[in-house]
Ligand binder design. Sequence first.
Ligand code: UTP
Length: 498
Amino acid sequence: MIRADPQREWTGSVTTRTVPSVEDIRERLGAIGQEHVLRFYDSLSEDARQGLLQQIDALDLEGLPGLIEKYVRSKPDFSPGSTPRPASVYPANEGDAVRSWDRAYYRKAGETLLRAGKVAAFTVAGGQGSRLGFEGPKGKYPAGAVTKKPLFAMLGEWVLAAQSRYGAAIPWYIMTSPINHEETVEFFREQHHFGLNEDDIIFFPQGVMPSFDLETGNMLLAEKGVLATNPDGHGGSLRALAVSGALDDMRRRGIEQISYFQVDNPIVRAIDPVFIGLHVGAPDSSGEMSAKVVRKTDPKEKVGVVCSVDGKHQVIEYSDLPDELAEQRNSDGSLAFSAGSIAIHMLSVEFVQRLNNSAGSGGFALPLHRAEKKVAYVDFETGKQVEPSAPNAVKLETFVFDALPFADKALILETERVEEFAPIKNAEGNDSPATCRAIQTERAALWLETAGIRVPRRPDETPDCVLELSPLTATTAEDLQQREDLPKEIRAGEELAL
Ligand code: UTP
């Protein structure tokens, strides 16, 4: 008899090699009231039967009832341990009156680590990109403002530029999901790995979570022989790095630090020596996990805020931050809680390993976040596939920023939005291809102007042109100033890729 333990924390899914018997699986499912997922088992081909049993066996079945009770049948309330306080942040402007710091010193520290080949790039690209509604891996999205280069190419150029600048290999780890893994790997092959060394690009898929029926909390079938699942969130990367063997690979290559960024932000400073240097060298960093933030100016902006809770930095989602805190102002009128999280992190290999070592012993479990979504499913009565028109399912995910409080001292660095945050999330409106193009143009315009090039601007000050600047041309405004092949002037309405 297998007993379910409602108090058990969910420990995620694992892939097994041997396929258990249907009797064994039926008994385990029966114990947790989920045997309905075998409803069509008898009608399946032998291959499909094996596939389904394997998929079910890979789940932490005994942890499911607790999970369903806590996150599917109810909506857990968020409450930080004690009253959040504003995070302690390194300001974007190093000469800031509140806190000054020596950018050049930390840049040098980061460059030393890069030259010694101790830094890897890490892109999470396992998401479903449902808001954008683009078919296929999001990294294939044509994001270049002028060239329409895919996101993966724009990120890859950063890695390439950094490798040649520091004269060392920077292996690039890319987390996919079971849904887009093959297509992602194939795309890199087709594109000749964007000029990078194939052996230095390492792909691995993340884990998945079952999707649950919103009403009953039952697992759903996507097909008669396939459970409906979703990738387990970017937080799943911390576990996937370990179980995929990527962490071992890093150690073999002498990698100590990981530069983490998302696939949908093509202007991210994928490799930033200043951030790396602060993360490893600042007195208030334990060198385990750091985060970049941008300054929030609107208390209602839908972005998580890094706060300090019980002496630890922690991201609180905008919907969980009480209004009176979100609206609190400093004496100069700026928002007190202004550290908007933008999903750019440094992580040490040792930290990710430590988290994984403590998994299962009650040490490391990122909180689950619940989202109500439309998920196609098989009707258990009719056996027909249903495309729901309204949310019918609960998806559960973990978020990588929830690992921040596990670090002894997590460092927070502020950066300017226009310098490195132009995510493509939605097809239109905020954080869309259009806003991304506008920010790419604005950043290139600012850098060109710093280099003394005139950029035409409209009466509202936005550039009257479309600009795209490859990291192979410049990764900073200073880089651009060194170049002697720049145009003297940009014409109104011009589209220019540099
Ligand atoms: P988002 O939170 O924007 O989710 O991911 P998404 O899946 O890409 O898009 P929507 O919500 O369906 O519209 C932020 C980053 O985290 C990665 C994404 O690929 C993106 O780079 N991610 C997200 C994963 O790698 N795995 C996940 O399970 C979720």
